[in-house]
Design a protein around this ligand. Structure first.
Ligand code: NAP
Length: 312
């Protein structure tokens, strides 16, 4: 079967650049949207050039110029968006409504993957303010996709390993301490933490797969379904030492949000739902979903142990 041509929007972002790499690596003709709003961002420009060197094609188009987007979309079969969606880096999820309009008009797209890559927003109607904006806006985009009858796949990637594992699941920390750790409650709530290169590989695998058409793909690598305590134990084994443990209760955690900047509060809400509530693991996958590591057992995913070894 011929591999789909892929256009990646937000290709210069944290997960976007991994999607570009995986798409090229899996042999897809890969296009990356180059937005005119580059300003003096010389690093972004160099990154775009490096994509070109690796075989990607750059397509100049703007989310604010409908016709340029339609023209870009018409050149490919699949569109994957990875536009920013965490407030401390930028939150542009609703910009994708313009993309939905362009895909609708172009009429040729076999699959659209909007920028999701986290907790399943459909299960977060009860989420706390202000973090719920991430989920609410992603649901607005889903509604527009479905109303336009655009074939889709939603990727529920769970926690990025880079944010969660490195900091032993502690908010706003991306490297592990060697002396102590603060546990959320009893530290026994299970989360799921996935290496970002693996997320990108699973994502690209789904695009030509009929089993994932109009489904949510949950990425649940079995060895990476772990409680915070289990993450800490893996780290302790690696460093050959037990960390001093203290604990923060859910009430203390939530009241510590008060007075913090909006971006911080938003991130803390996401951590609350993952680490206290267990929103990544407290449900079975239903008929509208499939699990990635079962669909693609050939992907030799990075375990939490392998990931944490990088910090030694
Ligand atoms: P990011 O690196 O912050 O940004 C991605 C890209 O968005 C940028 O490189 C840029 O790409 C584009 N962008 C920036 N400003 C824009 C604007 N004004 N309008 C349109 N596009 C703009 O994004 P990210 O952190 O990878 O997040 C991508 C997705 O992953 C989001 O849906 C987010 O919620 C999710 N996420 C999940 C987790 C998790 O733990 N599961 C963690 C973080 C993020 P170009 O300039 O190349 O267009």
């Amino acid at each position: 079967m011929e591999k789909s041509k892929v256009l990646i929007i937000g290709g210069t972002g944290y997960i976007g650049k991994k999607l570009v790499k995986a798409s090229l690596g899996l042999g897809h003709e890969t296009y990356v949207l180059q937005r005119p709003d580059i300003g003096l961002d010389i690093d972004k420009l160099q990154l775009l050039f490096s994509f070109k060197e690796q075989g990607a094609k750059l397509l100049r188009a703007s989310l604010d110029d409908h016709q340029s987007l339609v023209n870009a979309v018409k050149q490919v079969d699949v569109v994957i968006s990875a536009v920013a969606g965490v407030p401390f880096r930028g939150h542009h999820i609703l910009q994708q409504l313009k993309l939905v309009d362009a895909i609708k008009e172009a009429g040729n797209i076999k699959r659209f993957l909007p920028s999701e890559f986290g907790t399943d927003p459909a299960r977060m109607k009860h989420a706390l303010e202000p973090g719920r904006a991430t989920y609410d806006d992603k649901m607005v985009v889903r509604k527009a996709i479905e109303e336009a009858n655009i074939p889709y796949t939603y990727i529920s990637a769970n926690g990025f390993a880079g944010y969660f594992l490195g900091g032993l699941c502690q908010f706003a920390q991306i490297t592990p301490y060697v002396e102590s750790v603060v546990l959320y409650g009893d530290g026994n709530v299970k989360g799921i933490y996935v290496d970002e290169d693996d997320i990108a590989m699973y994502t690209i695998k789904t695009i030509d797969d009929s089993r994932t058409l109009n489904k949510t793909v949950y990425i649940r690598p079995p060895k990476n379904i772990l409680s915070q305590r289990e993450v800490v134990q893996i780290w302790e084994k690696l460093i050959g030492k037990e960390l001093q443990k203290s604990s923060i209760s859910v009430q203390e955690f939530l009241s510590s949000m008060k007075g913090k900047p909006y971006e911080m509060q938003s991130g803390m809400v996401h951590y609350y739902h993952v680490c206290f509530e267990g929103c990544l693991t407290n449900f079975e996958i239903g008929e509208d979903g499939v699990e990635a590591s079962q669909l693609y057992p050939e992907i030799n995913y990075t375990t939490a142990h392998e990931y944490l070894k990088r910090f030694l």
